[in-house]
Design a protein around this ligand. Structure first.
Ligand SMILES: Cc1cc2nc3c(=O)[nH]c(=O)nc-3n(C[C@H](O)[C@H](O)[C@H](O)COP(=O)(O)O)c2cc1C
Length: 172
């Protein structure tokens, strides 16, 4: 069974990462890591309180994670990954994905982006196994609700990961 790791860093929209995690089909083994700062964002934006129960298994390449999502990716986490800093389970897992050449899907969230953010996004986008896929909404599928927007985003992220889905209306 393929293993998927979903990491939630402390950018706005941490609940979107939780939703993505919950949408992963049951034929995948799934794991979740939440950064300390993501917990603060979740508390402020969603009234969700999470405990500190994170497993260290994904910190080792031998655990065999196939696909890693970091949704959302804070600029802090983005910069650390680009610089090769592995100071927590999320940044370490990202660097494991890079060294093992496994899919790493990053969803950087900030408004506006600075030169620093764009430089690191560009650098990471040159790795063949990394996707820079920010939570940017589309209008062509005529979203009516926040759920429509989120399902479009999760569907696009799943497409990148090779996870079949019909979460949004495709352009024909
Ligand atoms: C309510 C709230 C919203 C935030 N939104 C963002 C954001 O959209 N993007 C971002 O890069 N940082 C955002 N931050 C700041 C990050 O949480 C902060 O840089 C933190 O150090 C990130 O840590 P992490 O990368 O370990 O999760 C936000 C913070 C708070 C409290």
């Amino acid at each position: 069974m393929k293993k998927i790791l979903v990491c939630i860093s402390g950018a706005s929209g941490a609940s979107l990462g939780l939703k993505l995690y919950n949408m992963i089909p049951s034929n995948y083994e799934r794991y979740l890591v939440v950064s300390k700062n993501a917990k603060i964002v979740l508390e402020k934006e969603e009234n969700i309180f999470l405990d500190d129960d994170i497993s260290a298994a994904p910190a080792s390449g031998s655990f065999g994670i196939d696909i890693t999502f970091i949704v959302p990716t804070s600029m802090n986490t983005l910069a650390k990954i680009a610089l090769g800093i592995a100071d927590n389970l999320i940044t370490r897992s990202a660097l494991v994905a890079i060294k093992e050449k496994k899919k790493l899907i990053l969803a950087p969230r900030e408004m506006p982006f600075t030169q620093i953010h764009l430089k690191y996004m560009y650098e990471l986008s040159t790795y063949p196994n990394i996707y820079i896929a920010p939570p940017i909404i589309a209008y062509y599928n005529n979203p009516k609700t926040l759920n429509d927007i989120e399902m479009f985003l999760i569907g696009k992220w799943f497409d990148l990961a090779g996870i079949k889905n019909n979460f949004f209306k495709r352009w024909e």
